[in-house]
Design a protein around this ligand. Structure first.
Ligand code: NAG
Ligand code: NAG
Ligand code: NAG
Ligand code: NAG
Ligand code: NAG
Ligand code: NAG
Ligand code: NAG
Ligand code: NAG
Ligand code: NAG
Ligand code: NAG
Ligand code: NAG
Ligand code: NAG
Length: 439
């Protein structure tokens, strides 16, 4: 009640004596911003370019200090940008007094120590960038109070402990990037219950365990899910196939089990699907590229995948890298593969693939690497493979049952620099280009 009447009083006075009313509180507040900034400065022990030493000085308006942007209306500090200044020091808790702060960027410095709890006082904060420092300790739970926050970027620090679940209640979040820290614990089961706008979620290269929450499917705006190199277990939730805007699903180097959900190939926006180095079973769906025709990267090596390579693969016209080595794929390589206009890297070694290699049935000037060792291919290699695929650089055919002459056209692959042919039944001699090696 007291507060309201004060406000009303101020309004009334302001109406008649504009300057008298507005100047005094503004003066007070900007001076509190000034003392907070000077406290921040005093915690910076190394300022190698002398940026703050000469610039952040009393007697000049903080709004003219380097790295500061003031809010037009209130003349209060709205943005603090100290990125890339090679500052060393800790983060002063007084940062929490910059109550009009919308954006805080101290990325690419050598800030160490903890993230102060007081950051949770910055009710107007939308952007928090602290990546590429050496911050340690836990991510403060108080960040959960920052209900307007859109971007939280803390990658490449030494943060540890669990991600405070309170942050998953910030409904305005669009981007969370915590990559390269030492975070552990698990993700909440209802991860996406309150994150309707989330587009980027990157917690890769941490120590997070537990299951991938099936509620991720409720983050309907999500484009990038990056969980690579953690300790996630259990299966990939089937209903991730509902995420109609998903572009990257990156799950490699975890302990995921169960079947690779065929529903993932229902996402037409998907460009990268990576889940290498897990224990996934099942097979690629026969219609894998009928809907997911924008796939550029399919990276599933070192799993337990079986079944054939679907011939629908050739509908993925942008496919650049197909890496499924060290699985148990069976059957023949679909002939359309040799005609794919974007395919550059074909990695299929250590599978149970068979059949003849009709490489010259298609043509491509993009294909550079064909790595097919340790399978059960037979027959001879087409003599004209370097006419149909002139930019081959790296060929591995070792440990198969290939026979016949080694193709004479190989000398037309002018970029070729490595060929493995060993442990086959090839006959005759073969002359190499001068810059290549063969085994
Ligand atoms: C920050 O705010 C706290 C509490 O409002 C106050 O006690 C302190 O003096 C302020 N510090 C600075 C440097 O303004
Ligand atoms: C501080 O730096 C800003 C931006 O470069 C400049 O406009 C201002 O004059 C400087 N102030 C002082 C006191 O050097
Ligand atoms: C982040 O950290 C990783 C791992 O230490 C490192 O490989 C990477 O280069 C770092 N990123 C940048 C931009 O320095
Ligand atoms: C998580 O990390 C913290 C800090 O490094 C450690 O004390 C804690 O034991 C870890 N918890 C688990 C479950 O590994
Ligand atoms: C998130 O918000 C809901 C309701 O607003 C509340 O019940 C829940 O405890 C909050 N969760 C966390 C982790 O803060
Ligand atoms: C984390 O993932 C997002 C989405 O893929 C990406 O934009 C961002 O660059 C990644 N972070 C790092 C540090 O690479
Ligand atoms: C996977 O699980 C095994 C056994 O539980 C463990 O030894 C291994 O470190 C785990 N790998 C990862 C990447 O979490
Ligand atoms: C999401 O996918 C699951 C399984 O694929 C399906 O049963 C469910 O109906 C879908 N939910 C929505 C909201 O589309
Ligand atoms: C979606 O996935 C299901 C299960 O794999 C499949 O039956 C269905 O045809 C797919 N829909 C589209 C549009 O690809
Ligand atoms: C294939 O994967 C197994 C099990 O993950 C591993 O032990 C083996 O070294 C891998 N082989 C190759 C050729 O990469
Ligand atoms: C390869 O593509 C060419 C031109 O698009 C086409 O004429 C030919 O039939 C295709 N070959 C195969 C095996 O798909
Ligand atoms: C191929 O299959 C045979 C038997 O069917 C099995 O012994 C062998 O390990 C398999 N090889 C690979 C690389 O999966």
């Amino acid at each position: 009640m007291a507060k309201i009447s004060k406000l009303l009083l101020c309004f009334t006075i302001q109406y008649f004596f504009f300057i008298a009313c507005s100047a005094s509180p503004i003066f007070k507040s900007i001076s509190s911003d000034e003392s907070a900034l000077l406290a921040i400065k005093s915690h910076i022990t190394n300022d190698p370019f002398s940026i703050l030493a000469t610039n952040w000085t009393r007697g000049t308006s903080v709004c003219n200090w380097i790295g500061i942007t003031c809010n037009q209306k209130h003349q209060r500090v709205a943005a603090l940008d100290l990125s890339g200044g090679r500052f060393q020091g800790t983060i002063a808790k007084e940062v929490g007094n910059l109550s009009f702060l919308v954006s805080l960027d101290i990325s690419r410095n050598n800030f160490y120590g903890f993230i102060p709890d007081e950051i949770g006082h910055l009710k107007r904060l939308r952007y928090l960038y602290m990546q590429l420092n050496v911050l340690s300790g836990q991510i403060p739970k108080s960040l959960g109070y920052l209900t307007r926050m859109e971007e939280l970027v803390l990658h490449n620090n030494s943060l540890s402990g669990p991600i405070p679940w309170s942050i998953f209640n910030i409904t305005s979040f669009r981007s969370v990037d915590l990559m390269y820290n030492f975070l552990n614990g698990t993700l909440p089961e209802d991860l996406c219950g309150n994150l309707p706008k989330l587009e980027y979620f990157n917690v890769s290269y941490n120590h997070i365990g537990g299951k991938i929450p099936a509620t991720l499917s409720q983050c309907s705006e999500i484009k990038f899910i990056v969980l690579e190199s953690n300790h996630f277990t259990g299966s990939i939730p089937r209903n991730l196939g509902n995420l109609s805007k998903l572009e990257w699903l990156v799950l490699g180097e975890n302990n995921l089990t169960g079947v690779l959900p065929p529903t993932l190939f229902n996402i037409s926006s998907m460009t990268a699907l990576a889940a290498e180095n897990n224990q996934l079973s099942g097979s690629l769906p026969w219609d894998m590229c009928k809907t997911a025709m924008n796939l550029e990267y399919v990276i599933l090596f070192q799993n337990f995948l079986t079944g054939p390579i679907p011939s629908s693969m050739s509908y993925c016209r942008s496919l650049n890298k197909f890496s499924l080595y060290n699985n148990s794929l069976q059957g023949r390589i679909p002939v359309g593969i040799w005609n794919m206009s974007s395919l550059q890297h074909l990695y299929l070694w250590s599978n149970n693939l068979t059949g003849q290699l009709d490489i010259s049935s298609g043509n491509s000037s993009v294909l550079t690497e064909i790595v097919l060792g340790n399978n059960e291919f037979y027959g001879s290699l087409p003599d004209d493979m370097c006419f149909s695929h002139p930019n081959l650089e790296w060929l591995e055919f070792q440990i198969n049952q290939l026979s016949g002459q080694i193709p004479s056209s190989l000398s037309h692959c002018s970029a070729l620099y490595l060929i493995y042919f060993g442990a086959n039944n090839f006959s005759g001699n073969f002359i190499l280009t001068s810059n290549s090696e063969s085994y």
